[in-house]
Design a binder for this molecule. Structure first.
Ligand SMILES: [Zn+2]
Length: 406
């Protein structure tokens, strides 16, 4: 076991080395590595507002400094900005800019805040780094909802964002297989950003997390969304608005970028960076091992036969809801995916009695059956602890029927 583990851990490095050789000998044409930097919000959209500053101003300052640092030190990297001034850019255009530039990495910079009713508003602090995923906690969902809500400031948003309602993330975030493939690299970069923000800019670690952010869903390259810190906390606001704070946060992001470039960028450009590119290390000596970091190393589902497997069959160890009888049964629906999830998938959180049904190209996962509605309601309240957006569905003859949700 140990031997194979050791060998397999060298495979990515070996592949990178072969690609480097191929580029060096002209077998593969070298090209620039393209990174798109996305300063959240802008124009009439201020984002989160603090006592003296606001999200759109700080994110732009950080993104411009980060872009300059990359441009002046890394000649094989092309920097693309979704905005380099104070203008409103619809979410859809941000994703399109990154996609059209054929970016290799997308970094969206934001600043967090909690509701005015939250008692910890002035004391909550720390950085969070998100990749696309099924939100696992109500807290993550709240952050995604706030960032997605920008689309409501746009005219005709319901048409432009068909299939993605910012207020109902339960409504089936569609995961394509290609998005799962990019997830590993996104998580790797998110982890580096999170670590550097703690080490170099002294932010409190609040974890690498997953949630349904529209910009991450719509970009077709590894992508992360960074919440630098909480602007509702006056101490954090002061830090993020200061020249020193911005310099440190930029250095943190830059270091993470250099580490990522040396693994994946070198395969594209054929160039490695000099070893000592990291800057500003050990300014802050917080022990980040003490802090819990959310486990996002979810098992990725593999490609599946798109054909309907037929009632009562099993896909990846999970049974399809059987045709049953005319007597209605109730299930608690927890999530939907365009690819089949394996039974041991982390997304299913080891829940028992999970079955699925096919609907409009989705695999919809539900827990049950319960013959009576009251039992389903009891089950719902338990399931909502891990799936806050779960709801009850009614099945007759193995098909979902209209039903007023309790
Ligand atoms: Zn934001």
């Amino acid at each position: 076991m140990g031997f194979f583990k050791t060998v397999s851990s060298y495979i990515p490095r070996f592949v990178a080395f072969i690609i480097l050789l191929a580029v060096a000998f002209g077998a593969v044409p070298a090209k620039d590595f393209v990174v798109t930097l996305d300063a959240g919000h802008g124009g009439h959209d201020y984002g989160a507002i603090g006592e003296k500053s606001n999200e759109k101003t700080i994110t732009l300052a950080v993104v411009k400094q980060l872009g300059r640092l990359i441009e002046s030190n890394l000649p094989d990297v092309k920097v693309v900005y979704t905005r380099d001034k104070d203008v409103f850019i619809p979410l859809k255009d941000r994703a399109a800019i990154a996609n059209n530039a054929k970016s290799d990495l997308f970094i969206s910079i934001h600043i967090n805040s909690v509701d005015k009713r939250n008692r910890n508003r002035r004391s909550i602090e720390g950085c969070q780094v998100y990749t696309l995923g099924l939100h696992k906690t109500a807290e993550n969902l709240a952050v995604a909802k706030r960032e997605n809500a920008v689309m409501e400031l746009e005219p005709d948003h319901t048409e432009k964002y068909a299939g993605f309602d910012p207020n109902s993330l339960e409504s089936d975030i569609v995961f394509e297989l290609s998005q799962y493939k990019r997830l590993d690299q996104s998580i790797e970069f998110a982890d580096a950003v999170h670590g550097e923000l703690v080490d170099v800019s002294g932010r409190v670690p609040k974890g690498v997390r997953q949630a349904g952010f529209w910009v991450l869903w719509a970009t077709s390259m590894p992508s992360v969304l960074v919440e630098l810190d909480f602007i509702c906390n006056p101490k954090s606001e002061k830090y993020m608005a200061s020249a020193k704070g911005q310099k440190e946060m930029v250095e943190a992001l830059y270091n993470a970028f250099c580490a990522y470039f040396n693994t994946y960028g070198s395969q594209i450009t054929g160039k490695q960076l000099p070893l000592a590119t990291a800057i500003g290390k050990d300014k802050h000596s917080r022990n980040r091992a003490e802090e819990p970091v959310e486990d996002v190393s979810a098992e990725k589902p593999e490609a599946v036969d798109r054909e309907h497997p037929g009632n009562g069959e099993s896909v990846k160890g999970i049974n399809e809801i059987p045709a049953g009888s005319d007597n209605p049964v109730y299930y608690v629906q927890i999530l939907a995916s365009s690819v089949a999830l394996p039974a041991k998938s982390a997304e299913l959180k080891a829940l028992k009695d999970v079955e699925y049904y096919r609907d409009g190209g989705f695999y919809k996962y539900a827990i049950g059956p319960e013959k009576n509605l009251n039992d389903a309601i009891k089950r719902l309240s338990r399931v909502r602890k891990s799936f806050p957006e779960a709801f009850i569905i009614k099945m007759v003859n193995g098909k979902r029927v209209d039903f007023i949700k309790p």
